[in-house]
Write a protein that binds this ligand. Structure first.
Ligand SMILES: [Zn+2]
Length: 206
C-alpha cells in the first residue's frame, strides 16, 4: 500500500497519517521529519537559511528512506513529491503509487485551528486554547514546561503558508488526477470521520 498524502499546512496530515500508519502497518515518511533529524550538511544548510531543499537533495534522501526494510509493505509519503520533477522521479524509480489522498480544508477553519495552538518547547506536546486545554493554564501536562505559540502559527503566516502550498501543489494534484490516483477528502472536520472516509476509499480503490 503505497500512499501519498497531500494537504495544506494545519489540516492535520500528521494525525491522519499516524492513524493510517497504525491501521495499515506501514511507515509514515514525512520529508519534514527526515530533514529535521538529518545530519546531512547540505540539508542542514538549507534548513538553517529557511530555504526549500533542492530537488536533487530531497530525492537522494527519499530514495534512501524508501529502500529501508520497513517500507517493504508500503509507506505513507508526506511532503513528497513537492514538484513535478520529484513525481517523475518516483515513476522513474519504479515506485508504484496505490492512491493519492488530497486532504481539503477551508482556509479560515485551518487558520482558527492553528492560531489557537500551543506547543511544549520541551517535549513537543500540542494543546489548543479551546479544544485541547492543558490541565493547568499555559503549562504542559506531561513535563510541566511553559507552553508557547509557534511563530508559524500566527494567522498571517498560516494564510501565507496555505497560499504557497496551494500554488505549489496545483500541478501535482493535476498530475495525479490525470493518472486516476487522486482522491479528494474533506478533512477539516472530526479526525475520526476523516480517517473513516479515507479507510472506505482505500478499501474500495486498492
Ligand atoms: Zn512538555
Amino acid at each position: 500500500m503505497n500512499i501519498i498524502i497531500f494537504g495544506p499546512p494545519g489540516i492535520g496530515k500528521g494525525s491522519v497519517s499516524g492513524l493510517l500508519k497504525d491501521k495499515y502497518r506501514v511507515p509514515h515518511i514525512s520529508t519534514g521529519n527526515i530533514f529535521r533529524e538529518s545530519s546531512d550538511k547540505r540539508i542542514r544548510h538549507y534548513l538553517e537559511k529557511g530555504l526549500l531543499v533542492p530537488d536533487e537533495d530531497v530525492m537522494r534522501v527519499v530514495e534512501k528512506r524508501l529502500k529501508e526494510k520497513d517500507c517493504q509493505n508500503g509507506f505513507i509519503l508526506d511532503g513528497f513529491p513537492r514538484t513535478l520533477e520529484q513525481a517523475g522521479f518516483l515513476e522513474e524509480k519504479g515506485v508504484k503509487i496505490s492512491i493519492v489522498l488530497n486532504l481539503l480544508g477551508d482556509t479560515d477553519v485551518i487558520v482558527a485551528r492553528l492560531s489557537g495552538r500551543l506547543i511544549c518547547p520541551k517535549c513537543g506536546a500540542i494543546y489548543h486554547i479551546r479544544n485541547i486545554k492543558p490541565k493547568k493554564k499555559g503549562i504542559c501536562d506531561k513535563c510541566g514546561t511553559e507552553l508557547v505559540h509557534r511563530k508559524d502559527d500566527q494567522p498571517d503566516v498560516v494564510r501565507n503558508r496555505i497560499d504557497v502550498y496551494r500554488k505549489q501543489t496545483k500541478v501535482l494534484i493535476e498530475y495525479y488526477r490525470k493518472r486516476n490516483l487522486l482522491v479528494d477528502i474533506q478533512a477539516d472536520g472530526q479526525l475520526s470521520d476523516v480517517v473513516n472516509n479515507i479507510t472506505a476509499v482505500i478499501e474500495d480503490k486498492v
